[in-house]
Design a protein around this ligand. Structure first.
Ligand SMILES: [Fe+2]
Length: 399
């Protein structure tokens, strides 16, 4: 994130004395990526940010996976994972259930009405897509407001907590990277500004409000961090509240972007998924399909052509509207389709021809394409529709 912001009380010159009204020094913290060689911000704390008084092991949610073998397209029904009686006791951090994952990206889902503990994911950035409901996300930089359709982008090691609000639970689809996420490079000028032909711009990105300046002692933070055999968890207790920041500036901070602010790119003939891209990470991309006018060539076929994604697994989360290409398959809001590399996929029977003459589509979907195969997590295995693989043929195995 290369867009500079400055919030709260910051000294005119970096790395110089900065004091409160009583003359007490603030403690400057640089939060930076790639070892002082990439984006960073400077935060000014009232207390020493490294003062811990206890450290214990913490077991994060189950991250075990099994291969997609034998290879099949799959349909996962996420809305079946969290019955209503679980909402009040589930938080976004400890309650998330792993749907799919590999070493570079993990996709989880959670339905939550409970405040989360303070949390810091030190293994990578998180993009949390709000399917429905609302929340305040308190962070060391200040608060973000998260509403239906928002992507909440939380840089690695941002201490934060989720506070669902309103009369509906928060439904969140969590895309957790190993490493960092950013707008696609082709959307950016060589100095990092979003270009005129990008489908969104800086004005669509919403950063934190004023610093929270919270007080407190012996404050616990759950930390997901690098371990010898993959990610591990620790519970650190800080002497003073980590949200004691009085001001910060820089180019590294959490922000929100609404899917409804994505301006779709359309054409005379079918536009491929990269036209709908919103973020990229190491080993994966995120695209979104939003309501839009469709192809206007006189002989166009608006439904997608059948396609073999030779080098990727394609994961679609259907989060609103009406997805005509999947009609008859059982897929609806809250569904995830898994279309793996090694298998051609496309519209369900009838949808290809049926799309001819359509002027617009009302679909809303978030897609993650990975370049390494994804495996199924316990959440994905728990909500699979076993008949989906045979939905194009209309019948399953003759045995
Ligand atoms: Fe596809």
């Amino acid at each position: 994130m290369a867009y500079y912001r400055r919030i709260g009380d910051v000294p005119p010159k970096r790395h110089t004395q900065h004091r409160d009204e009583a003359g007490r020094l603030y403690f400057e913290e640089l939060m930076g990526e790639e070892g002082f060689s990439s984006d960073s911000s400077l935060l000014y704390h009232r207390e020493i940010p490294s003062a811990v008084v206890d450290a214990r092991a913490w077991e994060p949610p189950d991250q075990a996976t099994v291969p997609n073998h034998p290879l099949k397209p799959r349909h996962l029904k996420l809305h079946e994972l969290f019955p209503e009686e679980t909402w009040a006791g589930t938080d976004v951090v400890t309650g998330r259930r792993l749907i799919l994952g590999n070493a570079e990206v993990r996709l989880s889902y959670v339905v939550s009405a409970a405040a989360s503990p303070l949390y810091r994911n030190a293994t990578g950035d998180e993009i949390v897509y709000v399917e429905s409901g609302a929340a305040t996300v308190e962070t060391v930089f200040g608060s973000l407001r998260a509403d239906e359709g928002d992507y909440v982008v939380l840089p690695a090691s941002t201490t934060h907590r989720w506070l669902p609000s309103g009369d509906r639970p928060l439904r969140a689809y969590v895309i957790e990277a190993t490493g960092h996420v950013a707008p696609p490079k082709r959307y950016l000028s060589r100095f990092g500004q979003l270009l005129e032909n990008a489908p969104y711009c800086e004005r669509d990105l919403h950063g934190p409000g004023a610093p929270l300046q919270l007080e407190g002692t012996d404050v616990e933070v759950l930390v997901r961090h690098r371990g010898s055999r993959g990610p591990a968890g620790s519970r650190l207790t800080y002497a003073r509240h980590p949200f004691d920041v009085v001001g910060w500036d820089g180019c590294l901070y959490p922000y929100t972007f609404s899917v409804h602010d994505f301006e779709p790119i359309t054409g005379r003939v079918h536009q491929p998924p990269p036209a709908h891209q919103v973020f990229e990470g190491s080993g994966f991309v995120v695209c979104n399909f939003v309501p839009r006018m469709v192809d206007y060539h006189p002989l166009s076929i608006p439904a997608p052509y059948y396609h073999s994604n030779v080098d990727s697994d394609e994961i679609m989360f259907y989060c609103g509207g009406d997805y005509a290409a999947r009609k008859g398959s059982g897929i609806g809001p809250g569904s995830v389709s898994v279309h793996p590399g090694g298998h051609a996929h496309g519209p369900q029977p009838g949808a290809y021809e049926g799309s001819i003459g359509a002027g617009s589509v009302q679909e809303l979907a978030v897609m993650v394409d990975t370049f390494r195969p994804l495996e199924l997590g316990e959440g994905g295995l728990a909500c699979e529709d076993p008949g989906y693989a045979w939905s194009w043929a209309g019948r399953g195995p003759a045995r």
